[in-house]
Each structure stands twice: as structure tokens, then as C-alpha cells.
Write a protein that binds this ligand. Structure first.
Ligand code: PGA
Length: 253
């Protein structure tokens, strides 16, 4: 059985006090009870990672970064390495979030380097994939997801994949209030699992967790999670309120 994995991506939101307040709100008894049945993690902005980790205290909520750079150190102004993230207690990182792909301009090749560095550096990365609205309308969803997975995972052995979670996030559903229907999401998740079985093995495909992301809310979490190939949720906007995030976690278990 794949343990559900619910992650809150705070994006470029919160400030020094509200990030701590949000973390304290999330680190509740109810979350502790829920996290026996689900992996829970939050992804604050880089500058609040340490204060959020401190605010979470002994809670089992993990902390991750929204991005990472692939070089270990050196003259890379503005970038953050895997060892820096490990040094301050990060467990996870996102790689290839759609906003990094489509707003910042990251390529599959760059994302592949980041993912490989994250695994080598001992982080547990979430590789995000998903199609634009025009690509869905042109029936290209499976092609896009195949390209992003084949290029994003290039050169990574099956053993290394044990550190990885995949997040399917249709770009047209992110921050728009338009959620993929559970059936639309399930179709792509099933496709991804079969693709991973071909690329690696049936055993790997059965074990890997595939999250859905894109306008997940307390009232749609349970129906998305009821789909057989949806193993978790990557939540943006709705993770910025502790009670809403907790309701999503409860919907996921
Ligand atoms: P959203 O964002 O829940 O606000 O749509 C999801 C994401 O980008 O991870």
C-alpha cells in the first residue's frame, strides 16, 4: 500500500511572522493523528525554511524547499544547493514545478540535473509534470507528460527512483479554481504509472507515489484520493490556511 503524501506548497507567500503562525497552526494534535496515516510536508519560501522548521518543533510534518540548484557550491549567485538545504533540516524539495517551467523558463534538462543532484544530496524530490490547457485541448497530455518524465528522469536508476515522488499538476488547474475531475486526473495518473512500469519495472510503478495538484481544496480532496492511482495531493493556495490544509489531510486518509 502506498502511504498518502500531502504536501503544501506555499509558493511566494507568507512573511516572517505569518509563516511561523501557519506552521504552528499545522503542527496540531489533529495533524499528528493524521500523519500516522499520511506523509505530510510543507514547502515554505527559502528564507523561512529555518523558522518554519523550528516552529514545527517535534511535529512529524516534514519541510521541503520549492527548488534547488544542481551544483554543490561556488559562483552561482542567488542559488541554493542540496547541502545547504540538508544543513538546515530540509527533507524534501520540488523539482520542475509548473511555475518554474512556465514562468521562470526551466527546461526538462535543467530539471533533470536538479532532480539528480537532489537525490545524490540526500533530499527526497517531488518531480512535477503536467500539460498546458492548449496541450490538453490538442490531445497532447500523454505526450507532454511522457516527455517530461523521460527527460526529467533521464540517467536515473531504479534504485535512485525510490527517493522520488511524482506530482501530476495540469497547468490549467493550478491556481485557477478549475480542478481536473477525479476521472481526468485518474486517467493521467494511470498513464504515468504504466509509463513508469515500462521505463523501470512493475514493482517500481506499484510503489511510487503520484500526487495530484491543481486547485485541491477541502471539498475535493477525498474524491480525488478515492481514485486508485492518486496517492497524494500537492496543494498550493489551500495550504495557506492551517484548518483548510488539515481538512485536506483528513480528506486524504
Ligand atoms: P493550487 O497550486 O493548489 O493553488 O492550484 C498547486 C501547485 O501549484 O502546487
Amino acid at each position: 500500500m502506498r502511504k498518502p503524501f500531502v504536501a503544501g506548497n506555499w509558493k511566494m507567500n507568507t512573511d516572517s511572522s505569518s509563516s511561523v503562525e501557519l506552521a504552528e497552526g499545522i503542527a496540531s494534535d489533529a495533524t499528528e493523528i493524521a500523519s500516522a496515516k499520511a506523509t505530510v510536508a510543507v514547502f515554505p519560501p527559502f528564507v523561512y525554511l529555518q523558522s518554519v522548521t523550528k516552529a514545527l518543533g517535534t511535529s512529524s510534518v516534514g519541510v521541503g524547499a520549492q527548488d534547488v540548484y544542481f551544483e554543490p557550491d561556488g559562483a552561482f549567485t542567488g542559488e541554493i544547493s542540496t547541502s545547504m538545504l540538508k544543513d538546515i533540516g530540509c527533507t524534501y524539495c520540488l523539482c520542475g514545478h509548473s511555475e518554474r517551467r512556465h514562468v521562470i523558463g526551466e527546461t526538462d534538462e535543467l530539471i533533470n540535473k536538479k532532480l539528480a543532484a537532489a537525490i545524490t544530496g540526500g533530499l527526497l524530490p517531488i518531480l512535477c509534470v503536467g500539460e498546458l490547457l492548449a496541450e490538453r485541448e490538442a490531445s497532447k497530455t500523454n505526450d507532454v507528460v511522457t516527455r517530461q518524465l523521460e527527460n526529467g528522469l533521464a540517467g536515473l536508476s531504479e534504485a535512485k527512483l525510490s527517493a522520488v515522488t511524482i506530482a501530476y499538476e495540469p497547468v490549467w488547474a493550478i491556481g485557477t479554481g478549475l480542478t481536473a475531475t477525479p476521472q481526468q486526473a485518474q486517467e493521467v495518473h494511470e498513464f504515468i504509472r504504466k509509463l513508469l512500469a515500462k521505463m523501470y519495472s512493475g514493482e517500481l510503478a506499484e510503489g511510487i507515489r503520484i500526487q495530484y495538484g491543481g486547485s485541491v481544496k477541502p471539498d475535493n480532496a477525498a474524491e480525488l484520493m478515492a481514485q486508485p492511482d492518486i496517492d497524494g495531493l500537492l496543494v498550493g493556495g489551500a495550504s495557506l490556511k492551517a484548518d483548510g490544509f488539515l481538512a485536506i489531510i483528513q480528506g486524504a486518509i
